[in-house]
Design a protein around this ligand. Structure first.
Ligand code: TRP
Length: 336
Protein backbone atom coordinates (compact mmCIF):
# COMPACT_ATOMS: atom_id res chain seq x y z
CA UNK A 1 0.00 0.00 0.00
CA UNK A 2 1.30 3.43 -0.82
CA UNK A 3 1.29 6.04 1.86
CA UNK A 4 1.29 8.93 -0.58
CA UNK A 5 -1.95 10.71 0.27
CA UNK A 6 -2.56 11.44 3.87
CA UNK A 7 -5.62 9.37 4.52
CA UNK A 8 -6.55 8.60 8.11
CA UNK A 9 -5.60 5.15 9.27
CA UNK A 10 -8.25 2.65 10.30
CA UNK A 11 -7.62 -0.67 11.97
CA UNK A 12 -10.09 -3.36 12.78
CA UNK A 13 -10.02 -7.08 13.31
CA UNK A 14 -12.44 -9.96 13.52
CA UNK A 15 -11.98 -13.35 15.10
CA UNK A 16 -12.32 -16.44 12.90
CA UNK A 17 -14.94 -18.00 15.13
CA UNK A 18 -17.41 -19.23 12.53
CA UNK A 19 -19.49 -17.60 9.84
CA UNK A 20 -20.56 -14.06 10.80
CA UNK A 21 -24.26 -13.29 11.07
CA UNK A 22 -26.34 -10.73 9.24
CA UNK A 23 -25.88 -8.69 12.43
CA UNK A 24 -22.08 -8.81 12.17
CA UNK A 25 -22.40 -7.89 8.52
CA UNK A 26 -24.75 -4.92 8.82
CA UNK A 27 -23.25 -3.77 12.12
CA UNK A 28 -19.58 -4.04 11.22
CA UNK A 29 -18.39 -5.71 8.03
CA UNK A 30 -20.45 -3.62 5.63
CA UNK A 31 -18.84 -0.56 7.21
CA UNK A 32 -15.41 -2.07 6.73
CA UNK A 33 -16.15 -2.21 3.05
CA UNK A 34 -17.58 1.32 3.03
CA UNK A 35 -14.49 2.71 4.76
CA UNK A 36 -12.06 0.97 2.45
CA UNK A 37 -11.99 3.81 -0.09
CA UNK A 38 -11.76 6.81 2.21
CA UNK A 39 -9.16 5.53 4.65
CA UNK A 40 -5.97 3.54 4.77
CA UNK A 41 -7.43 0.41 6.25
CA UNK A 42 -5.70 -2.43 8.02
CA UNK A 43 -8.08 -5.33 8.45
CA UNK A 44 -7.02 -8.44 10.30
CA UNK A 45 -8.31 -11.89 10.98
CA UNK A 46 -7.57 -12.07 14.71
CA UNK A 47 -6.60 -15.71 15.03
CA UNK A 48 -4.21 -15.08 17.93
CA UNK A 49 -7.19 -13.95 19.97
CA UNK A 50 -9.13 -17.08 19.12
CA UNK A 51 -6.87 -19.51 20.97
CA UNK A 52 -7.84 -17.93 24.31
CA UNK A 53 -10.69 -20.42 23.98
CA UNK A 54 -9.71 -24.00 23.18
CA UNK A 55 -10.06 -24.70 19.45
CA UNK A 56 -9.63 -27.71 17.22
CA UNK A 57 -6.48 -26.91 15.13
CA UNK A 58 -8.09 -28.01 11.86
CA UNK A 59 -11.17 -25.92 12.61
CA UNK A 60 -9.05 -22.87 13.40
CA UNK A 61 -7.16 -23.22 10.11
CA UNK A 62 -10.36 -23.67 8.11
CA UNK A 63 -12.19 -20.81 9.78
CA UNK A 64 -9.20 -18.48 9.42
CA UNK A 65 -9.04 -19.05 5.67
CA UNK A 66 -12.82 -18.68 5.37
CA UNK A 67 -12.84 -15.44 7.31
CA UNK A 68 -10.01 -14.11 5.16
CA UNK A 69 -11.93 -15.07 2.00
CA UNK A 70 -15.05 -13.44 3.38
CA UNK A 71 -13.23 -10.13 3.93
CA UNK A 72 -12.11 -10.14 0.30
CA UNK A 73 -15.59 -11.23 -0.79
CA UNK A 74 -17.00 -8.07 0.78
CA UNK A 75 -15.22 -6.23 -1.99
CA UNK A 76 -12.29 -4.93 0.05
CA UNK A 77 -9.45 -4.61 -2.42
CA UNK A 78 -6.29 -6.23 -1.03
CA UNK A 79 -4.18 -4.06 -3.35
CA UNK A 80 -5.54 -0.85 -1.86
CA UNK A 81 -5.81 -1.85 1.76
CA UNK A 82 -3.92 -4.27 3.94
CA UNK A 83 -5.91 -7.41 4.66
CA UNK A 84 -3.96 -9.88 6.74
CA UNK A 85 -3.94 -12.71 9.22
CA UNK A 86 -2.71 -11.65 12.63
CA UNK A 87 -0.55 -14.70 13.43
CA UNK A 88 1.44 -14.12 10.21
CA UNK A 89 2.67 -10.80 11.56
CA UNK A 90 4.93 -11.54 14.53
CA UNK A 91 5.05 -7.90 15.62
CA UNK A 92 1.62 -8.29 17.24
CA UNK A 93 2.80 -10.84 19.78
CA UNK A 94 6.06 -8.94 20.28
CA UNK A 95 4.46 -5.60 21.05
CA UNK A 96 1.81 -7.30 23.17
CA UNK A 97 4.55 -8.56 25.51
CA UNK A 98 5.96 -5.09 25.93
CA UNK A 99 2.52 -3.59 26.52
CA UNK A 100 1.74 -6.28 29.12
CA UNK A 101 4.44 -4.66 31.20
CA UNK A 102 2.69 -1.28 30.94
CA UNK A 103 -0.75 -2.56 31.88
CA UNK A 104 -1.82 -2.85 35.47
CA UNK A 105 -3.26 -6.10 36.77
CA UNK A 106 -6.07 -4.09 38.31
CA UNK A 107 -7.13 -2.40 35.09
CA UNK A 108 -7.09 -5.65 33.12
CA UNK A 109 -9.17 -7.23 35.91
CA UNK A 110 -11.89 -4.68 35.34
CA UNK A 111 -12.57 -5.79 31.76
CA UNK A 112 -16.16 -7.01 31.70
CA UNK A 113 -15.53 -9.36 28.80
CA UNK A 114 -12.84 -11.14 30.83
CA UNK A 115 -15.24 -11.52 33.71
CA UNK A 116 -18.01 -12.84 31.42
CA UNK A 117 -15.74 -15.26 29.60
CA UNK A 118 -14.25 -16.53 32.87
CA UNK A 119 -17.73 -17.35 34.05
CA UNK A 120 -18.53 -19.13 30.80
CA UNK A 121 -15.30 -21.16 30.74
CA UNK A 122 -14.41 -21.73 34.40
CA UNK A 123 -12.29 -24.72 33.36
CA UNK A 124 -9.98 -22.62 31.18
CA UNK A 125 -9.36 -19.17 32.63
CA UNK A 126 -5.95 -18.85 31.00
CA UNK A 127 -3.54 -15.93 31.20
CA UNK A 128 -4.10 -15.25 27.49
CA UNK A 129 -7.75 -14.59 28.17
CA UNK A 130 -6.67 -12.09 30.79
CA UNK A 131 -4.22 -10.24 28.57
CA UNK A 132 -6.42 -10.49 25.46
CA UNK A 133 -7.19 -6.73 25.53
CA UNK A 134 -3.46 -5.98 25.68
CA UNK A 135 -2.93 -7.94 22.47
CA UNK A 136 -5.79 -5.95 21.03
CA UNK A 137 -4.02 -2.75 22.07
CA UNK A 138 -0.92 -3.99 20.25
CA UNK A 139 -3.01 -4.68 17.11
CA UNK A 140 -4.21 -1.10 17.14
CA UNK A 141 -1.09 0.78 18.24
CA UNK A 142 1.29 -0.97 15.80
CA UNK A 143 -0.44 0.76 12.89
CA UNK A 144 -0.72 4.22 14.44
CA UNK A 145 -4.45 3.90 13.83
CA UNK A 146 -6.53 7.07 13.97
CA UNK A 147 -9.83 5.25 14.11
CA UNK A 148 -10.98 1.87 15.28
CA UNK A 149 -14.51 0.83 14.34
CA UNK A 150 -15.74 -1.25 17.24
CA UNK A 151 -19.02 -2.52 18.58
CA UNK A 152 -20.27 -1.82 22.08
CA UNK A 153 -18.72 -4.98 23.45
CA UNK A 154 -15.22 -3.79 22.49
CA UNK A 155 -15.42 -0.16 23.63
CA UNK A 156 -13.91 -0.89 27.02
CA UNK A 157 -10.98 -2.62 25.33
CA UNK A 158 -10.41 0.37 23.09
CA UNK A 159 -10.50 2.62 26.13
CA UNK A 160 -7.78 0.45 27.67
CA UNK A 161 -5.71 0.68 24.49
CA UNK A 162 -5.91 4.46 24.74
CA UNK A 163 -4.86 4.38 28.40
CA UNK A 164 -1.89 2.15 27.61
CA UNK A 165 -0.84 4.39 24.71
CA UNK A 166 -1.07 7.52 26.83
CA UNK A 167 0.88 5.92 29.65
CA UNK A 168 3.64 4.73 27.33
CA UNK A 169 3.81 8.09 25.55
CA UNK A 170 3.87 9.84 28.93
CA UNK A 171 7.03 7.97 29.87
CA UNK A 172 8.86 7.85 26.52
CA UNK A 173 7.46 10.62 24.33
CA UNK A 174 5.26 10.20 21.30
CA UNK A 175 5.52 6.59 20.23
CA UNK A 176 1.88 5.69 19.65
CA UNK A 177 -1.02 7.50 18.09
CA UNK A 178 -3.86 7.54 20.61
CA UNK A 179 -6.77 6.00 18.67
CA UNK A 180 -10.35 7.23 18.58
CA UNK A 181 -13.36 4.93 18.42
CA UNK A 182 -15.11 5.19 15.08
CA UNK A 183 -18.75 5.91 15.71
CA UNK A 184 -20.84 5.33 12.65
CA UNK A 185 -23.76 7.62 11.87
CA UNK A 186 -26.50 5.06 11.56
CA UNK A 187 -25.29 1.94 13.23
CA UNK A 188 -27.20 -1.22 12.65
CA UNK A 189 -27.89 -3.13 15.79
CA UNK A 190 -29.52 -6.27 14.52
CA UNK A 191 -31.51 -8.24 17.06
CA UNK A 192 -32.49 -11.89 17.33
CA UNK A 193 -35.33 -12.79 14.95
CA UNK A 194 -36.91 -14.86 17.70
CA UNK A 195 -36.26 -12.71 20.77
CA UNK A 196 -35.89 -9.20 19.36
CA UNK A 197 -34.77 -7.67 22.66
CA UNK A 198 -31.56 -9.75 22.47
CA UNK A 199 -28.69 -9.10 20.06
CA UNK A 200 -28.51 -11.48 17.08
CA UNK A 201 -25.86 -14.06 17.89
CA UNK A 202 -24.41 -16.97 15.93
CA UNK A 203 -24.14 -18.99 19.15
CA UNK A 204 -27.90 -18.86 19.68
CA UNK A 205 -29.20 -22.40 20.26
CA UNK A 206 -32.21 -21.55 18.08
CA UNK A 207 -30.86 -21.31 14.53
CA UNK A 208 -34.03 -19.47 13.46
CA UNK A 209 -32.89 -16.56 15.62
CA UNK A 210 -30.02 -15.59 13.32
CA UNK A 211 -29.14 -15.40 9.66
CA UNK A 212 -25.66 -16.52 8.76
CA UNK A 213 -23.94 -14.56 5.98
CA UNK A 214 -23.63 -17.74 3.95
CA UNK A 215 -27.16 -19.08 4.45
CA UNK A 216 -28.93 -20.21 1.28
CA UNK A 217 -31.54 -17.85 -0.16
CA UNK A 218 -34.48 -20.07 0.76
CA UNK A 219 -33.22 -20.42 4.35
CA UNK A 220 -32.91 -16.64 4.62
CA UNK A 221 -36.48 -16.19 3.41
CA UNK A 222 -37.75 -18.88 5.81
CA UNK A 223 -36.02 -17.30 8.79
CA UNK A 224 -37.35 -13.83 7.99
CA UNK A 225 -40.84 -15.22 7.46
CA UNK A 226 -40.78 -16.88 10.86
CA UNK A 227 -39.42 -13.80 12.65
CA UNK A 228 -41.38 -12.78 15.73
CA UNK A 229 -43.55 -9.67 15.22
CA UNK A 230 -46.65 -8.34 17.01
CA UNK A 231 -50.39 -8.46 16.49
CA UNK A 232 -50.88 -4.89 15.28
CA UNK A 233 -50.22 -5.64 11.61
CA UNK A 234 -49.01 -2.11 10.90
CA UNK A 235 -45.48 -1.35 9.73
CA UNK A 236 -43.95 1.54 11.68
CA UNK A 237 -41.11 2.03 14.14
CA UNK A 238 -42.44 2.24 17.66
CA UNK A 239 -42.36 1.18 21.26
CA UNK A 240 -43.35 -2.40 21.96
CA UNK A 241 -42.70 -3.34 18.33
CA UNK A 242 -39.24 -4.82 18.80
CA UNK A 243 -39.69 -7.46 16.10
CA UNK A 244 -40.92 -5.01 13.47
CA UNK A 245 -38.37 -2.40 14.52
CA UNK A 246 -35.67 -4.98 13.94
CA UNK A 247 -36.97 -5.94 10.50
CA UNK A 248 -37.24 -2.24 9.62
CA UNK A 249 -33.64 -1.72 10.68
CA UNK A 250 -32.53 -4.66 8.54
CA UNK A 251 -34.58 -3.47 5.57
CA UNK A 252 -33.31 0.06 5.96
CA UNK A 253 -29.66 -1.05 5.98
CA UNK A 254 -30.15 -3.24 2.91
CA UNK A 255 -32.11 -0.72 0.83
CA UNK A 256 -30.88 2.64 2.13
CA UNK A 257 -34.48 3.73 2.79
CA UNK A 258 -35.32 5.51 6.03
CA UNK A 259 -38.07 4.48 8.44
CA UNK A 260 -40.59 7.04 7.13
CA UNK A 261 -40.15 5.81 3.59
CA UNK A 262 -40.56 2.22 4.73
CA UNK A 263 -43.70 3.04 6.67
CA UNK A 264 -45.12 4.75 3.59
CA UNK A 265 -44.12 1.85 1.36
CA UNK A 266 -46.08 -0.65 3.47
CA UNK A 267 -49.02 1.55 4.32
CA UNK A 268 -52.14 -0.60 4.08
CA UNK A 269 -50.12 -3.77 3.63
CA UNK A 270 -49.66 -6.60 6.09
CA UNK A 271 -46.61 -8.19 7.69
CA UNK A 272 -46.60 -10.92 5.06
CA UNK A 273 -45.80 -8.42 2.31
CA UNK A 274 -43.30 -6.66 4.50
CA UNK A 275 -41.45 -9.84 5.43
CA UNK A 276 -41.35 -10.89 1.78
CA UNK A 277 -39.70 -7.57 0.91
CA UNK A 278 -37.24 -7.79 3.81
CA UNK A 279 -36.32 -11.32 2.80
CA UNK A 280 -35.72 -10.27 -0.80
CA UNK A 281 -33.64 -7.29 0.27
CA UNK A 282 -31.42 -9.43 2.53
CA UNK A 283 -31.01 -12.05 -0.19
CA UNK A 284 -30.04 -9.38 -2.73
CA UNK A 285 -27.59 -7.83 -0.29
CA UNK A 286 -25.78 -11.06 0.59
CA UNK A 287 -25.94 -12.72 -2.82
CA UNK A 288 -22.83 -11.09 -4.37
CA UNK A 289 -20.79 -11.65 -1.22
CA UNK A 290 -21.73 -15.33 -1.15
CA UNK A 291 -20.96 -15.78 -4.83
CA UNK A 292 -17.56 -14.14 -4.49
CA UNK A 293 -16.83 -16.11 -1.32
CA UNK A 294 -17.54 -19.39 -3.11
CA UNK A 295 -15.39 -18.35 -6.05
CA UNK A 296 -12.48 -17.42 -3.77
CA UNK A 297 -12.71 -20.60 -1.71
CA UNK A 298 -12.08 -22.52 -4.92
CA UNK A 299 -8.82 -20.65 -5.37
CA UNK A 300 -6.84 -21.31 -2.21
CA UNK A 301 -3.55 -20.49 -3.93
CA UNK A 302 -4.80 -16.99 -4.66
CA UNK A 303 -6.06 -16.54 -1.10
CA UNK A 304 -2.77 -17.68 0.41
CA UNK A 305 -0.88 -15.40 -1.97
CA UNK A 306 -2.99 -12.45 -0.83
CA UNK A 307 -2.50 -13.41 2.80
CA UNK A 308 1.24 -13.54 2.29
CA UNK A 309 1.34 -10.13 0.65
CA UNK A 310 -0.98 -8.74 3.29
CA UNK A 311 1.30 -10.01 6.04
CA UNK A 312 4.36 -8.50 4.35
CA UNK A 313 2.69 -5.12 4.02
CA UNK A 314 1.37 -5.19 7.55
CA UNK A 315 4.73 -6.23 8.91
CA UNK A 316 6.55 -3.47 7.05
CA UNK A 317 4.36 -0.91 8.75
CA UNK A 318 4.16 -2.61 12.15
CA UNK A 319 7.89 -3.19 12.45
CA UNK A 320 8.55 0.56 12.41
CA UNK A 321 6.39 1.09 15.45
CA UNK A 322 7.73 -2.00 17.18
CA UNK A 323 11.37 -0.91 16.64
CA UNK A 324 10.63 2.49 18.05
CA UNK A 325 8.99 1.03 21.13
CA UNK A 326 11.84 -1.45 21.67
CA UNK A 327 14.40 1.31 21.44
CA UNK A 328 12.52 3.51 23.90
CA UNK A 329 12.19 0.71 26.42
CA UNK A 330 15.96 0.18 26.31
CA UNK A 331 16.47 -3.01 24.35
CA UNK A 332 19.97 -3.14 22.88
CA UNK A 333 19.94 -2.41 19.14
CA UNK A 334 22.24 -4.07 16.64
CA UNK A 335 23.92 -1.59 14.31
CA UNK A 336 22.75 -2.44 10.83
N1 TRP B 1 -11.53 -8.58 20.08
C1 TRP B 1 -12.26 -8.21 18.90
C2 TRP B 1 -13.58 -8.96 18.83
O1 TRP B 1 -13.67 -10.08 19.27
C3 TRP B 1 -11.45 -8.48 17.66
C4 TRP B 1 -10.21 -7.68 17.65
C5 TRP B 1 -8.95 -8.13 17.86
C6 TRP B 1 -10.12 -6.29 17.39
N2 TRP B 1 -8.06 -7.09 17.75
C7 TRP B 1 -8.76 -5.95 17.46
C8 TRP B 1 -11.08 -5.30 17.11
C9 TRP B 1 -8.32 -4.64 17.27
C10 TRP B 1 -10.64 -3.98 16.91
C11 TRP B 1 -9.27 -3.66 16.99
O2 TRP B 1 -14.52 -8.43 18.29
Amino acid sequence: MEQTEKKKIVLSAIQPTGTPTLGNYLGALKNWKDMADGYDCFYAVADLHSITVRMEPAALRKQTLEMYALLLALGIDPEKNVVFIQSMVPEHAQLAWILNCYTQFGEASRMTQFKDKSEKHPENINVGLFSYPVLMAADILLYQADYVPVGDDQKQHLELARDIAERFNGIYGNVFKVPEPFIRKAGARVMSLQEPTKKMSKSDANTKAFISMLDDDNIIMKKIKSAVTDSEAKVYYGEGKDGINNLMEIYSCCTGRDFDAITAEFDGKGYGDFKQAVGEAVIAELQPVKAEFNRLMNDKAYLLGCAEKGAENASRFASRTLKKAMKKVGFLQLDK
